[in-house]
Design a protein around this ligand. Structure first.
Ligand code: HEC
Length: 228
């Protein structure tokens, strides 16, 4: 290997390393703000039983303004309309049947839901200047620390926001609600384990195929009179 080849190898090797380092390990271009969560509350956020209680809390404390369409929660004022049941039956997709209440949890696509809920959503817009967002995937974009602090004290995290402080002083219930939002966006532990196994199987398959192809290539080359 000449000196020039060596320099090229080191240069491009270094670039490749830097690329994956920025993508996987530390990206200096991302603006990071860490929000503190007491460790006791963190345990609640990661507890799947707390998520079930959080769902009930969400229905009473938040569903007057927010929906979670991916988990069949719709604005209270919309869900209580008699015709809404028909819309769910006709256009909804069954997510699951609740074990305890036997309630059918139905998903409704955004266009259909917004058409039915239009008046209620516009009323919220005229009161708050903005339609309170659907919270199905908010955990993925904001994370636990942000959500816990925001829900507990919106003004502190997002000064000037029109979201009212509805959970002031209720740390534990707030953590349960965050746990619920987490459970909607994140796969369950069993599902996560299944995906890990699948990942390992796929990589093992590629490695095995690679080895077989390599052996096959050697045999072909030998047949053609090369590689002895
Ligand atoms: C009276 C109406 C109302 C209630 C009740 C309410 N919210 Fe909100 N919420 C809003 C509005 C309005 C916004 C949009 C605020 C903005 O963008 O400034 C919002 C925004 C949010 C956001 C998004 C913040 C972001 O960074 O984009 C989250 C998360 C949230 N609310 C969670 C909750 C939870 C959890 C509850 C129940 C404990 C709740 N809200 C109860 C009106 C409400």
């Amino acid at each position: 290997m000449s000196a020039w080849d060596m320099i090229k190898t080191i240069f491009f090797g270094g670039l490749t390393f830097l690329f994956f380092f920025v993508i996987w390990i530390y990206n200096p271009f991302i603006h990071r703000v860490e929000y503190e969560v007491p460790s006791q509350m963190e345990d609640i956020i990661n507890d799947s039983k707390a998520a079930l209680q959080g769902r009930e809390l969400f229905k009473t404390m938040c569903a007057s303004c927010h929906s979670v369409r991916y988990d069949g929660i719709y604005l209270m004022s919309v869900a209580s309309k008699p015709e809404f049941k028909n819309v769910l039956e006709k256009f909804g997709t069954l997510i699951r049947v609740d074990e305890k209440t036997k309630e059918k949890v139905m998903f409704l696509s955004r266009d259909v839901y917004e058409a039915v809920a239009m008046n209620d959503l516009l009323m919220l817009k005229s009161s708050f200047g903005k339609i309170p967002p659907d919270l199905s995937t908010i955990y993925l974009s904001r994370g636990a620390g942000y959500l816990y602090n925001f829900i507990l004290n919106p003004q502190k995290v997002l000064p000037g926001t029109s979201m009212p402080p509805v959970m002031t002083g209720q740390e534990e219930n707030t953590a349960k609600i965050v746990s619920y939002l987490r459970s909607v966006s994140e796969p369950s532990k069993a599902e996560k384990a299944k995906r890990t196994v699948m990942g390992i199987v796929v990589i093992a398959y590629f490695v095995a195929m690679g080895v077989l192809l390599w052996i096959w290539r050697k045999k072909l080359l030998a047949k053609m009179g090369y590689g002895q």
